[in-house]
Write a protein that binds this ligand. Structure first.
Ligand SMILES: [Zn+2]
Length: 423
C-alpha cells in the first residue's frame, strides 16, 4: 500500500504538536500546583474578617483598595488610619490602636451626624470619602439641651409664647394680642399672674410659673381695687420705717407701660405702683399737650437691699474724703434715707428730671411743681418743710398720695407729716 504525502504531512504535524506539549506542560502544571498551595494557605476566615461585609464593586468604577465596611469589632491599619483622622478632626479622643470599639463607633456617629450622613456608626463608602475629604469639618459640640419646657422671657417669640399668652388671656391677666411675641405687655401679664398667685415677681416664666399657670390651681385675675379715697396715705420716714420685707403688691415695670414718646425711663428695671404709674402717664401727657415734653424718670421702687447698698456706698464715699465713720453716716443721712426709711420702698415715689441738665429751673420742674397735685402727687421734700421732714429739699422727688389728699395738702400747704398729724 502506498503512503500518501498528505498522511506524511499529518504525521509530522502530530509529532510536532506532541513535542510542543511536552515542552510547555511542566510550567503549566507548576503554576496550577502553586495556585492550589496558595489557596490552601489562605487562613480560615476569623470572626473579625467575616464581619467585614463585602461590597459588590461598581464595574464602572475602579475598585478602591478597601472595599469593605469598617464597623464595631473590626481591627487593622484601616481602623488606625480612621482613628487618627477622626482624632485630628476632634471627633475621637481614644487611643489610635486599630481596634474599632464603642469609642470609635461613637466618634463615627458624631462625624456622621455633623455631616448629615446616616448616623449608623459604620464606615462605608460615603462616610469614608467624607472623612478623608479636604472639606471634612472639625467637631462642633452641640450644647446640652435645656431641661424641661425651659424659660420664656421678654424678647422671646414662638408657639410656646403664644400658648402662654392664650392661657394668661383665659385667666384674665392678659388683654393684648396672642401673637407669640413676648413684649412688655406680656411681661406685665406674667408679673401680674405671679403677684396674684404668690410667686416671686420677675416677669420671667420659668418652671414654677409654668406649672402653676397650666394647673387647675391657677387663679383668675383679681381686679386691682380702686384706692379708697378715705384711706390715708402711707407714711414712711425716719420715725416710721417700713418693714424690711414689705413688698408693694402691684408693681409694674415702667419701660413696659410708659411709651417712650411720653417719657424716658432711665434703666430698664425701674418699677412702680401701677396706679401711681398710670397717674404719672396722664400727667406727662397733659404736660406734652402744653409743650413741656422733656421728661425722664430716673428712680422708682427701691427694695430694702437696694437702699442698703445706696446708703453704704454713700458712707464709703465720705470716708474716702476723710470723714470719720460717725460723720460719714451723718453726712449720708442728709441726702440718703436709712435703709427701711425710704419712700421709694413703697413704689409710690419717683425721681423726675430732664436728661442731661440740672432739673431745678427747667420748664419741666416748674410745670411739675405747679401741676403734679392735680394727678395725686405731692412734692414731698420742700425747702420750707426741711425741719419737719428732716430732708433737704428735693425738687425732683414726687410722691403719689392719691386724690383728694394731694389737693388738700397743696391748698393748706401741708407736708405729709403735717397732713397726717404726726408732727
Ligand atoms: Zn427720690
Amino acid at each position: 500500500m502506498r503512503i500518501r504525502p498528505v498522511t506524511i504531512i499529518l504525521c509530522v504535524l502530530l509529532i510536532g504538536a506532541v513535542a510542543a506539549i511536552a515542552l510547555i506542560a511542566p510550567d503549566t502544571m507548576e503554576a496550577k500546583r502553586m495556585l492550589h498551595i496558595e489557596q490552601a494557605a489562605t487562613p480560615t476566615p476569623t470572626a473579625d474578617v467575616r464581619s467585614m461585609l463585602m461590597i459588590t464593586p461598581d464595574p464602572n468604577v475602579t475598585p478602591k483598595p478597601t472595599a469593605f465596611l469598617l464597623k464595631n469589632g473590626v481591627e487593622g491599619d484601616e481602623v488606625k488610619n480612621l482613628q487618627r483622622r477622626l482624632k485630628e478632626l476632634g471627633y475621637y479622643s481614644g487611643g489610635v490602636d486599630g481596634q474599632y470599639g464603642p469609642g470609635t463607633q461613637d466618634a463615627v456617629i458624631r462625624f456622621q451626624t455633623q455631616h448629615g450622613l446616616t448616623a449608623d456608626g459604620i464606615v462605608g463608602e460615603g462616610t469614608r470619602s467624607a472623612v478623608y475629604a479636604q472639606a471634612a469639618q472639625t467637631f462642633i459640640p452641640t450644647p446640652a439641651p435645656t431641661p424641661t419646657p425651659g424659660l420664656l422671657k421678654k424678647g422671646d417669640d414662638g408657639e410656646s409664647v403664644k400658648a402662654m399668652q392664650q392661657r394668661l388671656k383665659e385667666l384674665g391677666y392678659y388683654n393684648g394680642s396672642v401673637d407669640g411675641d413676648f413684649g412688655g405687655g406680656t411681661e406685665e401679664a406674667v408679673r401680674l399672674f405671679q403677684s396674684q398667685n404668690g410667686l416671686d415677681v420677675d416677669g420671667v416664666a420659668a418652671k414654677k410659673t409654668f406649672s402653676l399657670l397650666y394647673s387647675e390651681d391657677a387663679k383668675q385675675v383679681t381686679a386691682t381695687p380702686t384706692p379708697d379715697p378715705n384711706a390715708m396715705p402711707m407714711l414712711v420716714n425716719r420715725d416710721h420705717p417700713i418693714d424690711e420685707s414689705y413688698q408693694p403688691r402691684d408693681l409694674v415695670k415702667l419701660k413696659n407701660v410708659i411709651p417712650s414718646s411720653v417719657a424716658t425711663v432711665k434703666g430698664s428695671d425701674i418699677e412702680g405702683d401701677r396706679t401711681a404709674v398710670n397717674a404719672m402717664i396722664e400727667m406727662f401727657k397733659d404736660a406734652h399737650a402744653e409743650g413741656v415734653d422733656d421728661w425722664q424718670i430716673s428712680a422708682g421702687y427701691r427694695s430694702y437691699k437696694y437702699q442698703k447698698k445706696l446708703f453704704d456706698n454713700s458712707v464709703q464715699d465720705f470716708r474716702n474724703q476723710g470723714f470719720s465713720q460717725t460723720n460719714a453716716v451723718s453726712a449720708t443721712r442728709q441726702t440718703v434715707a436709712d435703709p427701711g426709711t425710704s419712700e421709694h420702698h413703697t413704689g409710690l415715689a419717683f425721681d423726675i428730671n430732664v436728661p442731661g441738665t440740672i432739673f431745678k429751673g427747667t420748664p419741666e420742674q416748674i410745670w411739675l411743681h405747679k401741676h403734679c397735685w392735680d394727678y395725686g402727687f405731692v412734692i414731698r421734700y420742700q425747702e420750707d418743710k426741711e425741719s419737719i421732714t428732716g430732708y433737704l429739699a428735693e425738687c425732683w422727688h414726687i410722691r403719689y398720695v392719691g386724690l383728694p389728699h394731694s389737693i388738700t395738702m397743696r391748698d393748706r400747704n401741708l407736708c405729709l407729716e403735717e397732713y397726717l398729724g404726726v408732727v
